[in-house]
Design a protein around this ligand. Structure first.
Ligand code: HEM
Length: 497
């Protein structure tokens, strides 16, 4: 009896303490929409979250508080504020997504989901190695061009007929370039396993969102109801991916020769072998789990993003044929159409650069970026942001803010050109790769890939929108982090025969 009363009293004290400490910490709290107990603003959230964030930004300003069940978030809709907050180490953590741990150990592994020294070391190492293996180098260009050429050959066979799987074919090509850097191998066109898994994983992640996102916002509850929340299904897909990613690691361990590093896996294994410090992210089994985590990060962060951006660009330029013609004219002027376009042509192709920049703005494929975690309590612009708050960048709002862009609803590449049209002009409010300490690690590969794919595809083909196929305008499909175009068909015509 006494112990029963004690338990009830303890629970009351803990719950009260939680609410009081929360109230205290949020005393200087940013404004925001009215929150309901326990669910917060979850029920008011549009499946395309950025739409709600943007409506609330108009109503309450550039820094707002939104509660997603027990996850407290602060949404930033101003690019200067975003730069400031994401450059601050106190706001450079990540939420605890160990529930999705690819190593199946419910620990943090890799780069995307880690923070602190562990994250810094892995990020620095990976950036350095990727640069050495070809980021921004000729060898990288050769790898990407091999995939561009193969895609062109495949598309040539479909000339005149509707092509429906634009996004998947681009994904296949983009995956191969990154997979070669990582594992030394390409996938054969017949190897569909990875792509079937990718489709499945995208589907299960969309289902999580459709079921209210409990797995994301209240992971503790998701564990109690694993089937309902989608946890069981997501874990199963995760295990399939882990087995697939482990295969090349095991093969590399068998054929490893310390004197000769072939690819990213080899240099990572070398680092593991050279590491004796047990607290290092490269040490022993933890090191191997981190290697698995990084391969998985590259796969999930790098492939869908780049291929989706290309798919949007193709959609825009089929719907806006006059812009397609202008790109083709610039390509012809620079290459005479007697050779492929290469990275060294880029400085001489301002219009193409402007179209890519406008595609990144207009598609805003990661409209609410990837949230950061406040590692400790800290004041920001007069508000006290408590530890564990998630900072969400409202990239979509920034990219569509009429105060910045004037006519954001128009796809108008000229906004990135000097008045005489001869010089490409960067704009600091264009932040598709986010900004600050965690800014996208693959930005240079992504930019090179976008340029090489887009220019060489449009050099070769005139691409028309298939009016007999589905037409959803520019409406996006609900996605986990990335928003993709709805299905559409294209019709290709070889321009160089
Ligand atoms: C158009 C293509 C891409 C877009 C729009 C994009 C966008 C982003 C965004 C918004 C973030 C979140 C940054 C933050 O937390 O503030 C990110 C992180 C990341 N991206 Fe990309 N990305 C692209 C391509 C790639 C590629 C090709 C790779 C290949 C390696 C890659 C690897 C990563 C990694 C590892 C992170 C995590 C960085 C960290 O947490 O420190 N991304 N990306």
């Amino acid at each position: 009896m006494i112990s029963g009363t004690l338990i009830v009293l303890s629970v009351i004290v803990i719950v009260l303490g939680y609410f009081l400490s929360n109230r205290y910490k949020w005393k200087k709290c940013p404004p925001g929409p009215r929150r309901l107990p326990f669910v917060g603003n979850l029920l008011a959230l549009d499946p395309l979250q950025f739409r709600s964030y943007s409506k609330w930004a108009d109503e309450f300003g550039p820094i707002i508080r939104v509660d997603l069940a027990t996850t407290k978030t602060v949404v930033i809709s101003d690019y200067k504020m975003l730069k400031e907050i994401f450059s601050d180490p106190a706001f450079s953590g990540r939420m605890d997504f160990t529930i999705f741990d690819i190593a199946g150990k419910e620990k943090r592994h890799g780069i995307v989901n880690t923070e602190g020294e562990h994250w810094e070391e892995l990020r620095r190492f990976s950036l350095r190695q990727l640069r050495d293996f070809g980021f921004g180098k000729t060898s990288m260009e050769d790898l990407v061009m091999a995939e561009v050429n193969e895609l062109i050959e495949i598309w040539k066979e479909s000339e005149g007929k509707p092509v429906s799987s634009v996004k998947d074919q681009l994904l296949f090509a983009v995956v191969n370039a990154l997979w070669t850097i990582t594992t030394g191998k390409r996938h054969s066109q017949k190897d569909t396993v990875l792509f079937e898994m990718t489709t499945k994983s995208n589907e299960s992640l969309s289902e999580i969102l459709e079921s209210g996102g409990v797995l994301l916002f209240v992971p503790k509850l998701a564990k109690i109801f694993p089937t309902w929340s989608g946890l069981t299904k997501t874990r199963k897909t995760g295990e399939e991916f882990a087995a697939y990613f482990k295969k090349p690691i095991d093969e590399h361990k068998k054929s490893y020769d310390g004197n000769y590093t072939r690819d990213f896996i080899d240099v990572f294994l070398k680092e593991i072998k050279d590491t004796t410090n047990p607290t290092s992210p490269f040490h022993g089994q933890f090191g191997e789990d981190n290697l698995l985590g990084v391969i998985s990060d590259f796969y999930f962060a790098g492939n869908d993003t780049t291929s989706t951006t290309l798919a949007w660009m193709i959609l825009y330029l089929t719907k806006l044929p006059e812009i397609q013609k202008k790109i083709q004219a610039e390509i012809q002027e620079i290459t005479g159409n007697t050779r492929p376009v290469s990275l060294k042509d880029r400085p001489n192709m301002p219009y193409t650069e402007a179209v890519i920049a406008e595609t990144l703005r207009f598609s805003s494929i990661t409209p609410q970026g990837v949230g950061h975690r406040a590692i400790r309590d800290k004041e920001f612009h007069g508000y006290l942001i408590p530890k564990d708050t998630v900072i969400t960048p409202n990239i979509y709002y920034i990219h569509f803010d009429p105060k910045i862009w004037g006519d954001p609803e128009n796809f108008r590449p000229e906004r990135f050109l000097s008045p005489d049209g001869k010089t490409f002009k960067k704009h600091e409010a264009l932040v598709p790769f986010s900004i600050g300490r965690r800014q996208c690690l693959g930005e240079s590969l992504a930019r090179d890939s976008l340029f090489l794919f887009a220019t060489n595809i449009f050099q070769r083909f005139e691409i028309k929108f298939d009016k007999n196929g589905p037409d959803h305008g520019f409406e996006p499909k609900v996605g986990f982090i990335v928003i993709t175009p709805m299905p559409f068909n294209i019709i290709l015509k070889d321009r160089l025969v």
